[in-house]
Write a protein that binds this ligand. Structure first.
Ligand code: PGA
Length: 239
């Protein structure tokens, strides 16, 4: 079932996303969080840091598993997702850093190891997701076949172009990534999909109301029992 929440401002967007995560931690301090990178969750993480500083929420017993990582960037590269997570969230809250997990982009065995780690962790309580303009979730790009567990993917040209804004030039955007697979994502107890901006309106409508197809990986969320979608007016404009 998909429950759509449309909000009226950037502030409400961030507060709504952070509020859902904070409520989960209040009722289950040991929650296992699936986290995402990209532009969409940045404000949500800022709001979570605020809630932590105000004493509203603690991450002390929580653990986290990120969706993906670029292949070939050193961990401390400014655009590695490990560094993103440390700088945007982990360094500012009380989560023990050893409880945070981001797949390695520098090990041939990364996919296998992350799959094993996720199996050992058990069910993710809440998986936060953004959506790419091509309908990808994590780095599961549109394709004839999708993979269940964590695996290495070749990034779509569209994805590399979208992410080039963070790199000095498009040539420096990695060509491959390691990503949690669709199977693992869909196993989460609850999914929180967030999207903002008019440039996401078309893909959001396709994902939530269009046919379920591997050519739009986010459309597979229609098969999940508990999805909350938070949209600003622009991203929800075609629904
Ligand atoms: P964005 O990326 O949050 O930077 O728009 C979303 C995604 O590609 O999953």
């Amino acid at each position: 079932m998909i429950n759509i929440i449309k909000v009226n401002s950037e502030q409400q967007f961030n507060e709504t996303g952070a509020g859902i995560i904070a409520s989960l931690l209040q009722s289950n301090p040991r929650a296992i969080l699936g986290l995402a990178t990209g532009g969409t969750p940045v404000g949500v993480y800022q709001k979570l840091v605020e809630l932590y500083r105000e004493g509203v929420v603690s991450f002390k017993q929580a653990s986290s598993y990120n969706l993906d990582e670029y292949v070939g960037l050193p961990e401390n590269h400014p655009e590695s997702y490990r560094r993103f997570m440390n700088e945007k969230l982990f360094n500012h809250i009380d989560i023990p850093i050893e409880n945070t997990h981001v797949p390695s982009g520098n090990s041939e065995k990364a996919a296998e190891e992350y799959t094993r780690l996720l199996e050992k962790a058990g069910q993710i309580d809440l998986q936060l997701l953004g959506v790419g303009h091509n309908g990808h979730i994590g780095f599961n790009e549109p394709s004839e076949n999708l993979h269940g567990p964590t695996h290495i993917v070749e990034l779509d040209e569209l994805t590399r172009q979208a992410n080039a804004r963070y790199f000095p030039s498009i040539e420096e955007v990695p060509t491959h990534a390691v990503t949690m697979g669709i199977g693992t994502i869909l196993q989460a107890k609850q999914i929180l999909l967030m999207a903002k901006g008019a440039d996401k309106a078309e893909i959001v409508a396709k994902a939530l109301k269009g046919p379920i197809t591997t050519q739009c990986p986010a459309s597979l969320l229609q098969t999940h029992a508990n999805v909350v979608v938070v949209l600003d007016q622009a991203a929800g404009g075609l629904l």
